[in-house]
Design a binder for this molecule. Structure first.
Ligand SMILES: Nc1ncnc2c1ncn2[C@@H]1O[C@H](COP(=O)(O)OP(=O)(O)OP(=O)(O)O)[C@@H](O)[C@H]1O
Length: 258
Protein backbone atom coordinates (compact mmCIF):
# COMPACT_ATOMS: atom_id res chain seq x y z
CA UNK A 1 0.00 0.00 0.00
CA UNK A 2 1.46 3.36 -0.92
CA UNK A 3 0.53 6.92 0.00
CA UNK A 4 0.92 10.07 -2.01
CA UNK A 5 0.09 13.54 -0.69
CA UNK A 6 0.22 16.34 -3.23
CA UNK A 7 0.29 20.09 -2.56
CA UNK A 8 -1.77 19.86 0.61
CA UNK A 9 -2.78 23.09 2.35
CA UNK A 10 -4.73 23.32 5.58
CA UNK A 11 -5.94 26.20 7.78
CA UNK A 12 -7.51 26.46 11.22
CA UNK A 13 -9.92 29.42 11.22
CA UNK A 14 -8.28 31.06 8.20
CA UNK A 15 -4.89 30.68 9.86
CA UNK A 16 -2.72 28.69 7.47
CA UNK A 17 -1.06 25.77 9.27
CA UNK A 18 0.10 23.44 6.47
CA UNK A 19 1.73 24.97 3.43
CA UNK A 20 1.97 23.08 0.17
CA UNK A 21 2.90 19.70 1.63
CA UNK A 22 3.88 16.93 -0.79
CA UNK A 23 5.07 13.62 0.63
CA UNK A 24 5.06 10.00 -0.43
CA UNK A 25 5.41 6.67 1.35
CA UNK A 26 6.28 3.64 -0.78
CA UNK A 27 4.82 0.19 -0.19
CA UNK A 28 6.43 -1.34 2.93
CA UNK A 29 8.40 1.80 3.73
CA UNK A 30 8.77 3.09 7.32
CA UNK A 31 8.72 6.88 7.13
CA UNK A 32 9.13 9.26 10.07
CA UNK A 33 8.03 12.85 10.49
CA UNK A 34 10.10 14.93 12.86
CA UNK A 35 10.01 18.62 13.73
CA UNK A 36 9.66 21.05 16.63
CA UNK A 37 6.48 21.51 18.67
CA UNK A 38 3.79 23.21 16.62
CA UNK A 39 5.49 22.55 13.27
CA UNK A 40 2.35 20.78 11.98
CA UNK A 41 3.11 17.05 12.32
CA UNK A 42 -0.18 16.10 14.01
CA UNK A 43 -2.19 18.38 11.73
CA UNK A 44 -0.67 16.70 8.68
CA UNK A 45 -1.38 13.22 10.04
CA UNK A 46 -4.98 14.23 10.90
CA UNK A 47 -5.46 15.34 7.29
CA UNK A 48 -4.13 11.97 6.18
CA UNK A 49 -6.37 9.93 8.48
CA UNK A 50 -9.35 12.12 7.64
CA UNK A 51 -9.94 13.70 11.05
CA UNK A 52 -9.41 17.00 9.18
CA UNK A 53 -10.16 18.00 5.59
CA UNK A 54 -7.51 19.76 3.52
CA UNK A 55 -8.31 23.21 2.06
CA UNK A 56 -6.63 22.15 -1.17
CA UNK A 57 -4.45 19.30 -2.38
CA UNK A 58 -4.88 15.59 -3.01
CA UNK A 59 -4.25 12.37 -1.13
CA UNK A 60 -3.94 9.04 -2.93
CA UNK A 61 -3.83 5.54 -1.47
CA UNK A 62 -2.45 3.15 -4.09
CA UNK A 63 -3.18 5.74 -6.80
CA UNK A 64 -6.85 6.00 -5.76
CA UNK A 65 -8.05 9.41 -4.63
CA UNK A 66 -8.97 9.37 -0.97
CA UNK A 67 -12.30 11.05 -1.61
CA UNK A 68 -13.42 7.94 -3.49
CA UNK A 69 -12.99 5.61 -0.50
CA UNK A 70 -15.88 4.69 1.81
CA UNK A 71 -15.20 5.01 5.56
CA UNK A 72 -15.24 1.24 6.15
CA UNK A 73 -12.99 0.66 3.16
CA UNK A 74 -10.45 3.09 4.65
CA UNK A 75 -10.70 1.38 8.07
CA UNK A 76 -9.72 -1.92 6.47
CA UNK A 77 -6.64 -0.35 4.95
CA UNK A 78 -5.55 2.28 7.44
CA UNK A 79 -4.78 1.83 11.15
CA UNK A 80 -4.40 5.01 13.20
CA UNK A 81 -2.94 5.94 16.55
CA UNK A 82 -3.69 9.58 17.34
CA UNK A 83 -1.88 11.64 19.96
CA UNK A 84 -4.61 11.71 22.57
CA UNK A 85 -5.24 8.44 24.38
CA UNK A 86 -7.27 9.91 27.24
CA UNK A 87 -10.42 8.57 25.59
CA UNK A 88 -13.41 8.02 27.88
CA UNK A 89 -13.55 4.30 27.13
CA UNK A 90 -15.55 2.55 29.86
CA UNK A 91 -14.67 -0.87 28.46
CA UNK A 92 -12.45 -3.79 29.36
CA UNK A 93 -9.07 -3.92 27.65
CA UNK A 94 -9.99 -6.95 25.51
CA UNK A 95 -13.23 -5.25 24.38
CA UNK A 96 -11.26 -2.26 23.14
CA UNK A 97 -8.79 -4.46 21.29
CA UNK A 98 -11.76 -6.34 19.78
CA UNK A 99 -12.98 -3.03 18.28
CA UNK A 100 -10.04 -3.29 15.87
CA UNK A 101 -11.83 -6.23 14.23
CA UNK A 102 -15.04 -4.30 13.46
CA UNK A 103 -14.05 -3.02 9.97
CA UNK A 104 -13.72 -6.67 8.95
CA UNK A 105 -17.23 -7.60 10.08
CA UNK A 106 -20.86 -7.15 9.27
CA UNK A 107 -23.15 -5.26 11.63
CA UNK A 108 -23.69 -7.21 14.92
CA UNK A 109 -21.43 -10.06 13.78
CA UNK A 110 -19.74 -11.64 16.84
CA UNK A 111 -16.07 -12.57 17.28
CA UNK A 112 -15.10 -15.84 15.62
CA UNK A 113 -12.30 -18.10 16.85
CA UNK A 114 -9.94 -16.44 14.39
CA UNK A 115 -10.83 -12.95 15.74
CA UNK A 116 -10.21 -14.11 19.31
CA UNK A 117 -6.78 -15.42 18.34
CA UNK A 118 -5.92 -12.15 16.61
CA UNK A 119 -7.02 -10.17 19.69
CA UNK A 120 -5.04 -12.44 22.02
CA UNK A 121 -1.99 -12.18 19.82
CA UNK A 122 -2.22 -8.38 19.70
CA UNK A 123 -2.45 -8.20 23.51
CA UNK A 124 0.59 -10.45 23.78
CA UNK A 125 2.62 -8.28 21.41
CA UNK A 126 2.10 -5.20 23.60
CA UNK A 127 2.58 -7.13 26.85
CA UNK A 128 -1.01 -6.61 28.05
CA UNK A 129 -2.31 -10.20 28.18
CA UNK A 130 -2.43 -10.15 31.98
CA UNK A 131 -4.59 -7.03 31.97
CA UNK A 132 -7.13 -8.20 29.37
CA UNK A 133 -10.06 -7.99 31.81
CA UNK A 134 -9.08 -4.65 33.38
CA UNK A 135 -11.09 -1.46 32.80
CA UNK A 136 -9.34 0.82 30.30
CA UNK A 137 -10.24 3.95 32.31
CA UNK A 138 -8.07 2.93 35.24
CA UNK A 139 -4.89 2.09 33.34
CA UNK A 140 -1.74 4.21 33.38
CA UNK A 141 -0.95 6.43 30.37
CA UNK A 142 1.56 3.93 28.99
CA UNK A 143 -0.77 0.96 29.51
CA UNK A 144 -3.56 2.82 27.67
CA UNK A 145 -1.20 3.53 24.81
CA UNK A 146 -0.29 -0.16 24.59
CA UNK A 147 -3.98 -1.14 24.49
CA UNK A 148 -4.63 1.29 21.63
CA UNK A 149 -1.63 -0.16 19.83
CA UNK A 150 -3.07 -3.64 20.32
CA UNK A 151 -6.36 -2.40 18.87
CA UNK A 152 -4.59 -1.14 15.78
CA UNK A 153 -2.62 -4.40 15.49
CA UNK A 154 -5.86 -6.39 15.63
CA UNK A 155 -7.20 -4.23 12.79
CA UNK A 156 -4.48 -5.86 10.60
CA UNK A 157 -4.14 -3.02 8.13
CA UNK A 158 -1.47 -2.70 5.48
CA UNK A 159 -0.89 0.96 6.31
CA UNK A 160 -0.31 2.54 9.74
CA UNK A 161 -0.47 6.25 10.55
CA UNK A 162 0.98 6.86 13.98
CA UNK A 163 1.27 10.10 15.95
CA UNK A 164 4.06 9.63 18.47
CA UNK A 165 2.85 6.11 19.23
CA UNK A 166 5.22 5.52 22.14
CA UNK A 167 5.35 8.92 23.84
CA UNK A 168 4.01 7.49 27.12
CA UNK A 169 6.07 4.31 27.11
CA UNK A 170 9.12 3.29 29.11
CA UNK A 171 12.19 2.56 27.01
CA UNK A 172 11.65 -1.24 27.07
CA UNK A 173 8.14 -0.85 25.67
CA UNK A 174 9.18 1.87 23.19
CA UNK A 175 11.69 -0.48 21.60
CA UNK A 176 9.36 -3.44 21.83
CA UNK A 177 6.50 -1.61 20.11
CA UNK A 178 8.72 -0.26 17.35
CA UNK A 179 10.17 -3.75 16.88
CA UNK A 180 6.63 -5.14 16.58
CA UNK A 181 5.58 -2.42 14.12
CA UNK A 182 8.76 -2.85 12.06
CA UNK A 183 8.23 -6.61 12.04
CA UNK A 184 4.74 -6.25 10.53
CA UNK A 185 6.27 -5.19 7.22
CA UNK A 186 3.39 -2.71 6.87
CA UNK A 187 3.68 0.71 5.27
CA UNK A 188 4.18 3.16 8.15
CA UNK A 189 4.04 6.93 8.49
CA UNK A 190 4.82 8.04 12.04
CA UNK A 191 5.49 11.30 13.87
CA UNK A 192 8.41 10.65 16.19
CA UNK A 193 9.95 13.05 18.71
CA UNK A 194 12.92 10.93 19.70
CA UNK A 195 15.55 11.44 17.02
CA UNK A 196 17.47 8.30 17.98
CA UNK A 197 14.34 6.15 17.71
CA UNK A 198 13.65 7.74 14.31
CA UNK A 199 17.21 6.95 13.24
CA UNK A 200 16.93 3.33 14.38
CA UNK A 201 13.64 2.47 12.69
CA UNK A 202 12.95 4.84 9.77
CA UNK A 203 13.89 4.18 6.16
CA UNK A 204 13.26 7.83 5.35
CA UNK A 205 12.42 10.98 7.27
CA UNK A 206 10.51 14.19 6.55
CA UNK A 207 11.47 17.22 8.63
CA UNK A 208 8.71 19.74 9.23
CA UNK A 209 9.27 23.37 10.18
CA UNK A 210 6.60 26.09 10.38
CA UNK A 211 4.00 24.04 8.52
CA UNK A 212 6.23 23.12 5.57
CA UNK A 213 8.45 20.20 4.65
CA UNK A 214 11.90 21.54 5.38
CA UNK A 215 13.94 18.52 4.25
CA UNK A 216 13.60 14.84 3.51
CA UNK A 217 16.05 12.00 3.22
CA UNK A 218 17.50 8.93 4.90
CA UNK A 219 18.39 9.18 8.60
CA UNK A 220 22.07 9.53 7.57
CA UNK A 221 21.23 12.47 5.30
CA UNK A 222 18.89 14.16 7.76
CA UNK A 223 20.71 13.68 11.04
CA UNK A 224 23.75 15.88 10.70
CA UNK A 225 24.70 18.25 13.54
CA UNK A 226 24.11 21.15 11.16
CA UNK A 227 20.57 20.10 10.20
CA UNK A 228 19.60 19.33 13.79
CA UNK A 229 20.89 22.71 14.88
CA UNK A 230 18.95 24.50 12.12
CA UNK A 231 15.69 22.77 13.03
CA UNK A 232 15.86 22.33 16.80
CA UNK A 233 18.49 24.93 17.75
CA UNK A 234 20.57 22.52 19.81
CA UNK A 235 24.14 21.27 19.73
CA UNK A 236 24.74 17.59 19.10
CA UNK A 237 27.43 15.07 18.40
CA UNK A 238 26.39 12.67 15.64
CA UNK A 239 28.16 9.44 14.75
CA UNK A 240 27.55 6.07 13.21
CA UNK A 241 27.07 3.49 15.94
CA UNK A 242 29.41 0.51 15.51
CA UNK A 243 26.79 -2.07 16.55
CA UNK A 244 23.52 -0.74 15.10
CA UNK A 245 25.24 0.83 12.06
CA UNK A 246 22.72 3.64 12.49
CA UNK A 247 23.35 7.32 13.11
CA UNK A 248 23.20 8.06 16.84
CA UNK A 249 22.73 11.52 18.26
CA UNK A 250 24.18 12.71 21.55
CA UNK A 251 22.75 15.98 22.85
CA UNK A 252 25.25 18.55 24.12
CA UNK A 253 23.33 21.02 26.33
CA UNK A 254 25.09 24.25 27.29
CA UNK A 255 25.05 23.59 31.05
CA UNK A 256 26.81 20.26 30.63
CA UNK A 257 29.48 21.04 28.06
CA UNK A 258 30.57 24.42 29.49
N1 LIG B 1 -7.71 22.90 16.92
C1 LIG B 1 -6.82 23.85 16.63
N2 LIG B 1 -7.21 25.13 16.41
C2 LIG B 1 -6.32 26.09 16.10
N3 LIG B 1 -4.98 25.89 15.98
C3 LIG B 1 -4.53 24.65 16.20
C4 LIG B 1 -5.42 23.56 16.55
N4 LIG B 1 -4.67 22.44 16.69
C5 LIG B 1 -3.39 22.79 16.47
N5 LIG B 1 -3.30 24.12 16.17
C6 LIG B 1 -2.08 24.86 15.85
O1 LIG B 1 -1.53 24.31 14.66
C7 LIG B 1 -0.10 24.33 14.72
C8 LIG B 1 0.42 22.93 14.43
O2 LIG B 1 0.05 22.07 15.49
P1 LIG B 1 0.36 20.52 15.48
O3 LIG B 1 -0.34 19.92 16.65
O4 LIG B 1 0.09 19.99 14.14
O5 LIG B 1 1.95 20.53 15.72
P2 LIG B 1 2.93 19.32 16.04
O6 LIG B 1 4.11 19.48 15.13
O7 LIG B 1 2.21 18.02 16.00
O8 LIG B 1 3.37 19.69 17.52
P3 LIG B 1 3.82 18.78 18.78
O9 LIG B 1 5.25 18.37 18.51
O10 LIG B 1 3.76 19.76 19.91
O11 LIG B 1 2.88 17.64 18.93
C9 LIG B 1 0.27 24.86 16.10
O12 LIG B 1 0.63 26.20 15.99
C10 LIG B 1 -1.01 24.69 16.89
O13 LIG B 1 -1.10 25.67 17.89
Amino acid sequence: MKLQVENLNFSYNHHKILKDISIHVANGEFVGIIGPNGSGKSTLLKNIYRALTPDTGSIYLDEKNYRNFKVKEIAKKLGVIGQDNSLPFDFAVNEIVAMGRSPHKKLFEGDKKEDKEIIQNALKKVDMEEMAERNFLYLSGGEKQRVLLARVLSQQTEFLVLDEPTNHLDIHHQLRIFDVIKGLGATVLSAIHDLNIASLYCDRIYVMKNGSIYKSGTPEEIFTSENINEVFNIKTDVRLHPVTKKVMITYLPESIIN
